[in-house]
Structure formats: structure tokens, C-alpha cells
Write a protein that binds this ligand. Structure first.
Ligand code: ASP
Length: 586
């Protein structure tokens, strides 16, 4: 080794020892005959002193060194003078007097400052990701990611799970996104699909008798990108045989409850994780991934205003919609400007507007007050349990719009009122999802989770007659307003799977062509099975207090799905295209 100690390892007890360090020049300060250099390696930093008087040869190297030069330093650990002790640095009590030093490799002036917080444009950061990743924050994040994955592997191994790899070059498995396709050279005109998830393969592993499988699996989904999306991402993919929903929930809840104190001991979590049905979650929060760190629940006011003189309220209810509201404790003093911003948020979510009411000591204040009869006003404030000083936010319209707008307002107020403590983890399970959702655009039923999710036994009779009312054996894991993973108990019978395919609009021939392998496998003794796939990127991001999963992925893509460092995607040669039987059109 070119080094015998980590920089960050050195403490008072090393004083007097001769050590060899190797790493990068973090910062350099010159004070006449002395040069102070922070040498950085993966562990952290140590101060190295170059003294022109006593060690002139080493000093010459110190003089030449610049930020990000790679250096090897051999020297003796000594205490810092009392006034130079740095209590903010783990190695702040000592320094190393360089006796010998060697530049292992010089560096050009870096285009981004490694010793500063990442604040440059993401494209620049990703183009020089190898420099960006040298930053303490990113090093910490990537290390945390390693710890999380390591913990999971050990935990599941103890629970008798087997880690099994599944192919990256495979056949399309629908998870609601477009496929990434890879052309086959050997089979002209044929394509592999990169897995949107290993869903079918893990089910086949259950048919194959492994009973407990997991994989730290890469998934590929070509979809419109948002801040929290990446074209490829990592899941803890997991499947078990001979289980019921309860078994999967308990396993994952146990794992997470053990994981958090092990990797992020400063985080608090409440156990057991609460469980909400999908219907309950939508009614109380307007979303299936509510942030449960705070209250401000949605309250249905429709029955109170069905006969209102206020046409907006009356009209919404008459049209089969809803009027719902939430109470912002202590929000009455919000400014006109803020109320305008809140209205914009409601409109952004599709609402026609926002009705606000402030409850002051003098009574109610609201632009719509004159339209509401006095008893109506009292009924509304009573239902919303308004206290003096509270603000009420009310939205009227179609069910979905009311839900979306109030969800957005609730989240916004959660932030504005500082109720989103990042060290509190509000995990929960959302259960009893509907099996299907109606796709307005396509005019057909779509799988709420994926086509392999089983309907609840008692709802099976309505599969064809009333698909919208069929509930699924499906569950989501949520935390602090994020969906952290979905799973389900699967269909393991050919006849049920065929009925679901038919409802999703696959003709028997199409179903056979696309999923014949699975249908056939179900005829050879498929055990009852189910699983889940928590997202690793989002989990690590939450534990690292990062808003974007990019900060916890070594080489993420931009929101244009590009990798500026490797220059991907890229054009390929005519020759390669010819081999792949591909012609570029247009
Ligand atoms: N394959 C599912 C997904 O990627 C997870 C699961 O059902 O286990 O969301």
C-alpha cells in the first residue's frame, strides 16, 4: 500500500508516530515558511504541515501542490498548537509534519469546487461526476447506500432468502411504462426489452420452488422524467411462496424497523406502521401517499352545502362532485399574497379556485361569506373544528380534482408550517387498492398495480360485471409523502390470470403470445405467492435527507435521460446499425 493510515484515523494517541498518508489536496494555505495542506481521502481529512526551515525537500513538494493533486506524504504526527486546534474536525487536535512528500499525480484546476457544497448546474456536476463524487456529502451518501444494501442482504439471508440474479436482456414485463429495447443481431427484427422490473421472473422462481427470493434489482422504465425519477433505478425485489399479505407486511416492517437504527440512528420512527385502506387514504388525505408527519386531514363538507346559495358549492355537489376542506391551525394571519399563492397551487392541481375562510376573534372572514347563510357558516366551521386563529381551505369540484388540490395544499402547508421534520419517518401501509383503474384516454381498464396482482377472493364474482369495485391484494409502503414500494399477492391460477388479461383488453391470442410462458407455468404446480419491491434510491435519499434520488446514485442521468459524462445516449456507426438490421429513418 502507498499509505498505512487513513487520514481521518489520526488522533492524539498517534502523536509521535510516523505515518504515511495518500490522498488528494483538499485545501492549501501558505503562511511564509509554512504551508498547511488538508489532505483528503475517503475517510476524511488531516492537516499536513510543510516546513521550509526543517524539511526543505518536502516543502518544495508542498509548494507545487494544488487542489486535487494526488499526494503521498510521510511524516510524524504532532499536536497542534493550542490556538490551532479545530474542534469541528475529527483530526483537529493533531497535524502531520511532512518529512517526505511525493506528487503521485498533478491535477488541472477542477471545473467544480470539491470542497464546496454542490450548487452548480446538474449537467456540469454530472459531466464531472468523478469530481462531484469526491465531495463529502456525496461520499457520505454513497457509503450510506452501501450500508443499507449490506444490511438488507444480511437481514434477508438470516430470514432464509436467496439472492438470485435475473436477466437484463429479457422480454417486456409491463409496469406501466415504455420499454427500453435492445435490438438482436442474431435474430433480425427482434428485440430484447430491459426489465421494467423482474416481476414475471421472480414469479417463475416461485414456480421453480425457491420459496424466498430477493435481488438488488435494476429496473428500466422509459417514462416522462420528473425530479424523483430515473430511467434506471434500483429496487429491493422480493418474492415469497406460501404467504399471505400479512406475512409480507410483517417481514418488511421488521426489516425497516431494524434497518433505521442501524444505518441512520438519528432518525425516529413510529411502530407499528399504521395501515390505511386506499379508500380511507383518499378520503382523509386526497392521495394514496400522504405525509403522515402532520394532521390537517381533509373533511367532507358536501352534505352541508348541497343546498347552499353559493352556486360554486351547490353546483359541485349537484354535478356529483364534492366540497371538502382542511383546517390550517393558526393560519388566519396568512397574508393576501400567501392566500394568492395557495389559490395558484389549487388551480395548478386542476381546481377552479380556492375558498378560504379565516376565523378571527371577531368572527369569520372570507370573500365568499356573503353567499353563505349564517347557519351554513357555523356548520362549516363546526365540521372543520375551526378555532380562533385558524384558516380553512375549501375546494369544490370533481372528486379527483378536489383530492389533488387539497393534497397539494396540505403538503404546501406542511412545509410552510415546518411540520416536515426530516428526522421523523412516518411509515405506513396503504392496503386494499382497487384492482383496476379506468383509463379515460384509452377508454379501458388498466391495472392499478400490474396485471399479475390477485383480486380479493370475495370480489372475484364482480370481476367482469363491475371491475371498478374489485379490490386487490395489493399494498404500498409509504414514508413522509413518498411511495417507497408496492407489492401484491399474485394470481397463481391460469384461469384467473386469463380473466384479468381479458379485462385489460388482451385477446386470448395476445395474452398467449405475450404471457403464454407464465400462463403455462401456472399449470405446473405454481404455489400461492406474493412479494414487494421497495425502492432503494428513494429509501437512501430519505435517510440522507436528500430531495433528489440523483444525490444517492453514483452515476445518475439528467432529466433529459442523458449521461453527460459518458455521453450517452450516442449515435453508433453505420456498420453497427447494419449488423443490427436497423435503418435510421428521418
Ligand atoms: N414489480 C413490482 C414493481 O416494480 C413490485 C412487486 O409487485 O413486487 O412495482
Amino acid at each position: 500500500m502507498l499509505k498505512d493510515h487513513w487520514c481521518n484515523e489520526l488522533r492524539r494517541q498517534h502523536i509521535g508516530q510516523r505515518v504515511t498518508l495518500a490522498g488528494w489536496v483538499h485545501r492549501r494555505r501558505e503562511h511564509g515558511a509554512l504551508i498547511f495542506l488538508d489532505l483528503r481521502d475517503r475517510s476524511g481529512r488531516a492537516q499536513v504541515v510543510f516546513d521550509a526551515g526543517t524539511m526543505p525537500e518536502a516543502y518544495a513538494v508542498g509548494q507545487e501542490a494544488r487542489p486535487e493533486y494526488v499526494l503521498q506524504v510521510c511524516g510524524t504526527v504532532r499536536p497542534r498548537p493550542a490556538d490551532m486546534v479545530n474542534p469541528d474536525m475529527a483530526t483537529g487536535e493533531i497535524e502531520v509534519l511532512a518529512e517526505e512528500a511525493r506528487i503521485l499525480n498533478p491535477a488541472r484546476t477542477p471545473p467544480i469546487y470539491v470542497h464546496r457544497e454542490p450548487e452548480e448546474d446538474i449537467n456540469l456536476r454530472l459531466k464531472y461526476r468523478y469530481l462531484d463524487l469526491r465531495r463529502e456529502r456525496l461520499q457520505r451518501n454513497i457509503l450510506l447506500r452501501h450500508r443499507v444494501i449490506q444490511f438488507i442482504r444480511e437481514y434477508l439471508d438470516r430470514e432464509d432468502f436467496i439472492e438470485i440474479e435475473t436477466p437484463i436482456l429479457t422480454r417486456s414485463t409491463p409496469e406501466g411504462a415504455r420499454d427500453y429495447l435492445v435490438p438482436s443481431r442474431v435474430h433480425p427484427g427482434c428485440f430484447y426489452a430491459l426489465p421494467q422490473s423482474p416481476q414475471q421472473l421472480k414469479q417463475l422462481l416461485m414456480v421453480a420452488g425457491f420459496e424466498r427470493y430477493f435481488q438488488i434489482a435494476r429496473c428500466f422504465r422509459d417514462e416522462d422524467l420528473r425530479a424523483d425519477r430515473q430511467p434506471e433505478f434500483t429496487q429491493l425485489d422480493l418474492e415469497m411462496s406460501f404467504v399471505e399479505q400479512e406475512d409480507i407486511l410483517n417481514l418488511i416492517e421488521g426489516m425497516i424497523t431494524a434497518l433505521i437504527p442501524a444505518v441512520a440512528p438519528h432518525k425516529r420512527l413510529l411502530t407499528p406502521f399504521p395501515r390505511l385502506t386506499y379508500a380511507e387514504s383518499m378520503a382523509r388525505y386526497g392521495t394514496d401517499k400522504p405525509d403522515l408527519r402532520y394532521g390537517m386531514e381533509l373533511v367532507d363538507l358536501s352534505d352541508l352545502v348541497a343546498e347552499s346559495n353559493f352556486a360554486v358549492f351547490r353546483g359541485a355537489v349537484a354535478a356529483g362532485g364534492q366540497v371538502k376542506g382542511l383546517r390550517v391551525p393558526g393560519g388566519a394571519s396568512r397574508s393576501r399574497k400567501e392566500l394568492g399563492e395557495l389559490e395558484a397551487i389549487a388551480r395548478e392541481a386542476g381546481a377552479g379556485g380556492l375558498v378560504w375562510m379565516a376565523r378571527d376573534a371577531a368572527g369569520l372572514r372570507s370573500p365568499v361569506l356573503k353567499h353563505l347563510r349564517e347557519e351554513e357558516q357555523w356548520a362549516l366551521t363546526a365540521r372543520l373544528e375551526a378555532q380562533v386563529g385558524d384558516l380553512l381551505l375549501i375546494v369544490a369540484g370533481r372528486r379527483a380534482v378536489v383530492a389533488a388540490a387539497l393534497d397539494a395544499l396540505r403538503r404546501e402547508m406542511g412545509h410552510r408550517l415546518h411540520l416536515t421534520d426530516p428526522d421523523l419517518l412516518a411509515w405506513a401501509w396503504i392496503v386494499d387498492f382497487p384492482l383496476f383503474k379506468w383509463d379515460e384516454e384509452a377508454g379501458r381498464w388498466d391495472a392499478e398495480h400490474h396485471p399479475f396482482t390477485s383480486p380479493k377472493e370475495e370480489d372475484l364474482p364482480f370481476l367482469e360485471s363491475d371491475p371498478g369495485r374489485v379490490r386487490a391484494n395489493c399494498y404500498d409502503l409509504i414514508c413522509n409523502g413518498w411511495e417507497l414500494g408496492s407489492g401484491s399477492i399474485r394470481i397463481h391460477r391460469r384461469d384467473v390470470q386469463e380473466r384479468v388479461f381479458r379485462l385489460l383488453g388482451y385477446s386470448p391470442e395476445e395474452a398467449q403470445e405475450r404471457f403464454g410462458h407464465l400462463l403455462e407455468a401456472f399449470e405446473y404446480g405454481a404455489p400461492p405467492h406474493g412479494g414487494i419491491a421497495p425502492g432503494i434510491d428513494r429509501l437512501v435519499a430519505i435517510l440522507a435527507n436528500e430531495d433528489s434520488i440523483r444525490e444517492v446514485i453514483a452515476f445518475p442521468k439528467t432529466n433529459q435521460a442523458a449521461d453527460p459524462l459518458m455521453g450517452a445516449p450516442a449515435t453508433v456507426s453505420e456498420q453497427q446499425l447494419r449488423e443490427l438490421h436497423i435503418a435510421i429513418v428521418g
